[in-house]
Design a protein around this ligand. Structure first.
Ligand code: EPZ
Length: 439
């Protein structure tokens, strides 16, 4: 196959080919897949360990590029980390500095999560402003508004957010914060900073995602006093200090949703092990609406029995609405549905780049700003495609599994941020997929 491969040049100017995923479609899948720990829980909880001046152990931590980058950020602040399998030990007793390095922050927006805990712990924080990414501008104004409400002085200069606690004692002060939008990150920043503030903090219009509840559970396991997490009003009573903990994080509902779609798009029966079914209510409802059957085998296992793939309409919303992080995967599935589907992306302003790449595989998708009309086609055909962002890359892998012929997915640096060994897990289910580098 004569491919126009993505090339980069290394220091000596040699052209270096990037690895790609080569997928031979139409294989049916069967068997069981173990779902890894939740990336978006792990990133916030790793930052929250800065709140505790002692040692913490985290379990079920996935092996992902984003996790490695967060570990680098914490190391740059003086945290000692030790990784063993899905265990991560962190010792934050000697924080060396309060400034995270731009070159890592620019690659991992979630680095901004360290701002709240550094302010709570040291009364000071200097964090480069995380830039936007492929899916949107990703501002942090709601994070900053929350920290200011808790008594921090925050200013932005030369692309760096500098925050300091005003007044004596360097302690934040509990306050009432209303979020203009139920931002996951802003809710997490405020909740973490408020754990050791003086007095009560109320977060109104808070995000309700399972990762918020997981972070609250983690903070409670260190002695924090938090209630209402999972609802739109969270109340935090500040405590003097927090202590060590050993905490297992929740499974990744987005990885789980991605594998459910893999079952539906290849018309295969597969079982997911180590999931929390109630975290997937919207996704399960939609899959059943379009013809699949989902069996909740017990508290931690789900089985999908494929059926027809009927058209439907999707509107992404904050939890418990349909998750924006599963929108791309569903667009791939609906591209081979019987009938026409409408997809509206309401959370991010530019999260439809995968439509054009799916069309290169024979899909019939008309996309205008954050709205897409997906006319179902009988079959996709394999092609070389380019990932535009993390979940778009997953959507292209799913499309390749269903397509006639060979698909080459390029841009794996996106995929590897959020999926642990996805090709190994799919191969174990029977997919014909391999990571190759063409020389
Ligand atoms: C988290 O991002 C997740 N990332 C995202 O997952 C997920 O898509 C998103 O929540 C929504 O569920 C992590 O947890 C690391 P938001 P976050 O703040 O916190 C606007 C993935 O694929 N906004 O809820 O950045 C923002 O622009 C990633 O795993 C402000 O305007 O999401 C967006 O339009 C992608 N000002 C909307 O809110 C702010 O200060 C939702 O963003 C903050 C956010």
């Amino acid at each position: 196959m004569n491919l126009a491969l993505e090339h980069t040049t290394n220091q000596s100017g040699q052209v270096q080919d990037q690895p790609v995923l080569e997928i031979h479609g139409r294989a049916s899948l069967r068997g069981e897949v173990k779902i890894s720990g939740a990336k978006n829980s792990a990133l916030a909880i790793m930052a929250a360990t800065l709140l505790c001046p002692e040692y913490c152990r985290l379990r079920n931590i996935p092996n992902l590029v984003d996790i490695d980058r967060m570990a680098q950020i914490l190391q740059s602040l003086g945290v000692k980390l030790a990784r063993s399998g899905d265990l991560l030990d962190l010792n934050t007793s000697n924080l060396a500095q309060l400034k995270a390095p731009y070159e890592i922050v620019s690659q991992l927006r979630a680095s901004f999560f360290v701002t709240g805990p550094l302010l709570a712990r040291l009364g000071l924080a200097k964090i480069p402003l995380p830039g936007g990414c492929a899916i949107g501008a990703r501002p942090v104004d709601l994070h900053i508004k929350g920290l200011q409400a808790l008594g921090a002085e925050v200013y932005i200069e030369h692309g760096v957010v500098s925050a300091a606690v005003k007044g004596r004692g360097g302690k934040l002060t509990g306050a009432k914060v209303y979020l203009d939008y139920p931002s996951v990150g802003a809710t997490e920043t405020i909740m973490m900073a408020a754990t050791t503030a003086v007095g009560e903090t109320r977060v109104e219009n808070a995000a309700r995602e399972p990762e918020i509840v997981d972070l609250a559970n983690f903070c409670r396991s260190m002695g924090a006093k938090i209630r209402g997490d999972g609802t739109n009003t969270i109340i935090i009573d500040g405590v003097n200090s927090l202590h060590s903990t050993d905490y297992p994080i929740i499974p990744d509902r987005i990885e789980a949703g991605t594998f459910l779609v893999a079952g539906a798009i290849t018309q295969s029966e597969i079982t997911l092990d180590g999931v929390v079914p109630e975290h997937l209510t919207a996704v399960i409802a939609k899959l059943e609406e379009i013809g699949s059957r989902i069996i909740i085998e017990d508290t931690r296992r789900l089985r999908i029995l494929p059926g027809q793939v009927l058209a439907t309409n999707i509107e992404t919303l904050p939890y418990p609405g349909f998750p924006t992080d599963i929108q791309a995967q569903f667009m791939a599935l609906l591209s081979i549905a019987q009938g026409n589907s409408a997809i509206t992306e309401t959370v991010f302003e530019n999260r439809m780049g995968h439509g054009a790449e799916l069309n290169r595989m024979g899909a019939d998708i008309r996309n205008k700003s954050n709205y897409a009309l997906v006319r179902g086609v009988p079959r996709l055909c394999g092609a070389p495609v380019m990932s535009t962002d993390l979940r778009a890359s997953a959507a292209l892998v799913l499309a390749g599994l269903a397509a006639e012929g060979t698909t080459i997915v390029q841009g794996l640096h996106h995929l590897d941020r959020g999926y642990e060994n996805i090709e190994g897990k799919l191969r174990q289910l029977g997919a014909n997929i391999e990571r190759v580098t063409f020389h």
